[in-house]
Write a protein that binds this ligand. Structure first.
Ligand code: ATP
Length: 220
């Protein structure tokens, strides 16, 4: 069988001086959909950020296509991460936010414009393509960030609470778009509190509540 698109082995992550998990291992193959669940503070965002190579773990490793990410930072280009803070450029339009990352990823300008327009249309934002980010609602901004990640056609697609800001109709659009990306071959990992999202995934990993910090132990 082919190497998993994404894997972690014996991952140990700490935040705020506490161990969130000390020995976490799993694999996600191309086209697979994994939901990460667990109570608030159990470390879902920390895990996604670590899987994206943005936060070094205390121990263990993340592999992309069987290759360790820490030693091959160029592999980060194969991973798209949609955080709850979205990371959009507020003085650009919705379309421009997507076009600039597609250009940076090597698409030619006409292709970038066409793919950005198609991605926004798919997320119900066709009419808002020319609006500045600061003119959009929180839910619309979240969908721009999701459209941008999907348009990149990453090997690994990580999304943190992608339906949290959405009404029922847009929640369905977001989920359908993420699942379509997995159907095209992305390894999809979604952190969520939403049971409906988990139901549409192949597997669920449940993170437990973090172990409280021992009194007097130093914060990292
Ligand atoms: N930079 C940081 N400094 C200190 N503590 C942090 C930091 N980042 C995260 N934490 C702590 O780590 C724990 C895990 O946070 P994380 O955001 O990963 O949880 P989560 O499961 O995504 O939560 P939620 O469901 O509320 O988004 C929390 O207790 C949080 O306070």
């Amino acid at each position: 069988m082919a190497e998993p698109a994404l894997a972690c082995h014996a991952l140990h992550c700490r935040a705020g001086g506490r161990d969130l998990f000390t020995d976490l291992s799993f694999q996600v193959h191309a086209g697979e959909r994994l939901a990460l669940m667990g109570p608030s503070g159990s470390g879902k965002t920390t895990l996604l950020t670590t899987l994206a190579g943005l936060l070094p773990p205390v121990g263990g490793q993340v592999l992309v296509g069987g290759v360790p990410l820490a030693e091959n930072p160029g592999l980060r280009r194969e991973i798209a991460l949609v955080l709850q803070s979205y990371g959009l450029l507020t003085l650009l339009t919705a379309a421009e936010n997507i076009e600039v990352v597609l250009r940076a990823a090597g698409r030619d300008p006409r292709q970038a414009i066409a793919e950005a327009a198609a991605a926004l249309e798919r997320l119900g934002l066709g009419r808002h393509a020319g609006h500045l980010i600061e003119e959009l609602s929180g839910g619309q901004q979240q969908r721009v960030a999701i459209a941008r990640a999907i348009a990149l056609r990453p090997r690994v697609l990580l999304a943190d609470e992608p339906t949290a800001e959405q009404d029922a109709a847009n929640r369905a659009l977001v989920l359908d778009a993420l699942i379509a990306a997995a159907d095209r071959g992305a390894a999809l990992v979604i952190a969520t509190h939403d049971p409906e999202v988990a139901e549409r995934c192949d597997r669920v990993i449940e993170l437990r509540a973090a172990v409280p910090r021992a009194q007097g132990s130093p914060a990292r």
